[in-house]
Design a protein around this ligand. Sequence first.
Ligand code: GLC
Ligand code: GLC
Length: 653
Amino acid sequence: MYEQISHTLLNHILDNLSITLQRQDLRHFYTRLGANFYTIHSLFQRLYGHRQDFNQQMIRLVETMACQYIARDPELKALDMEREHDYNWFLRENIVGTALYTNAYSGTLSNMAEKLPYLQELGVNLVHIMPLLRCPQGNSDGGYAVSDYRAVDERVGSIEDLRELSKAFRQRKMLLALDVVLNHTSDEHEWAQQAMAGDETCRGYYYIFDNREIPDIFEQSMPEIFPETDAGNFTWNAQMQKWVMTVFHGYQWDLNYNNPAVFIEMLDNMLYLANCGTDILRLDAVAFLWKKIGTTCQNEPEAHLILQAMKACCQVTAPGVLFIAEAIVAPVEIIKYFGEDAIRSKECEIAYNATFMALLWDAMATKNAKLLNFGLESLPHKLERATWLNYARCHDDIGLGFDDNDIRRADYEPFAHRRFLIDFYTGKFESSLASGAPFMFNPKTGDARISGRLASLLGLEKALEIDDSNEIQLSIKRILLMHSIIMAFGGIPLLYYGDEVGLMNDYDYLNDPTKSDDNRWMHRGDMDWQVAERRHIAGSPEALIFSGIQRLIAARNDSPEFADFNTRKLLTVENPHIFAFLRWDYVNTQKKTLVLANFSHLPQHLDFSLLEQHGFDRNRRIIDKYSGNEPVHYSGRLLLQAYEFYWLTEAVN
Ligand code: GLC
Ligand code: GLC
């Protein structure tokens, strides 16, 4: 019955669309608008229904979708149709991604195409190019302070270069992912500039206050993101003589989504980027989109409504485009970004698996899989047609976002255990060879996170320094173990640039005053192409790591059981050092792989009967898909060397 209200409104909107729009061929647009309109209208009504100008805002919203649809390249429209038809395309085993910075990787966007063969040699076919839009010259939070959503940072190229590059991607059947920084703009953005100049409309795009009254109330329940450099969540603006909400840095002004104009403008920007040939939009800091007094201002229900509305609108204009949710929040909260109370995903198709990432670092430090298992068991069930982005490292710090109850179940005390992990990865713990740094220690809460490159955190930097060949080999094994798990777990693995050749911390950032107070830059250094060249020197760490990851990707591509149709079972095994799970093919459920990973620096074993218990045929030969060899076993026990992993499957013959 309620649909009638939305149908009437839709008819009204279509009757009033401007003549130029009416003249276009909008057949597919209308079909999709009709299919999604009830959802869009309901969500928009929940968010903005109390406003007098609600219907006008709805008209603007539909016009925005229509204009961007008209602007969408026919080649991209064809891709939309293909993906609508083959709607499970992104759940398959054949996507492996990497994240990289243009300037650190190829200098400019136009030089990036030259680097694609290197990525293809490794087996990567999805690239998240880190923020590339116009941003301030100095501090810009690595480009996460956007000054213009329609212009590329002049230092790396132009919109034209971006479009060209996206064509090169399509020619090579590679996917392009770009950021949409939804939560805030830079203070150099035109809206912020006009707000400073006194424009009331633009002031309405942000949270701006005359005095500390409201900010102080907000502060009572809001945590701090960058307490060492940007304490608090508000910044005094001398020009306006007002306080601005700035949850991240002082120069990143939080957008006010209570205002439907902000929603519509940001949707327009998002669709513009989609039309540049982006396959996947990484929605930055989505947990922060809605602010409410008396809450942490994270994960508010309205943040989900905004994302659901954006998804529904994007489905009308650019249905082939996927969303990645970047919500580095508590385990039970992350999963909500796929959408709730639906069988199928209706918010973001992909989400950063931050919980899993942090748990893997815990397993490495403790050398056992106790917390890893408890943490994963506590995760709510994931929706169908939603998938994880599984990563070991990214451009940000490692936050120890475990659930305290899980820590206790693993027999640790939460505060002491987190302290241990920080000490371990910053090399303070005896016997630890890790060289990381504590990020944003907050004396008020005792919290800290960890910065550092994967290879350095896993001991390679120090092992090379002390020239200990045994430790070097162990570090390499740890690096491959980490990657073996993100490849097999289910979801899209995302490698961090340079990790494929064991790139280490870069301390040059300390000499740059715009970076020196943010040690995340220690793991954001330039790609060292000379180091990458050493992948051709047999036996070198670079060669061992690169060829190992290459082999992992090749074996993954050959394993339909590694696709993500929620076809995974965690296994409880008696040996706490071993992490074990079973994967099977969605179509041919008999086709299975048993993944085993030894997090200990010592050899470990498991009862061979585990395989039979999980339906492996004892008369068939068992092989490890990664090495192609039979696993080592003796007197009924499977043996795993220090940090060894197996992908066990029944041999075809
Ligand atoms: C995201 C980015 C991070 C940035 C923050 C603010 O979390 O990954 O690098 O600091 O958003 O935009
Ligand atoms: C916090 C935020 C995350 C951001 C990070 C930057 O963890 O939740 O979005 O990337 O800070 O360090």
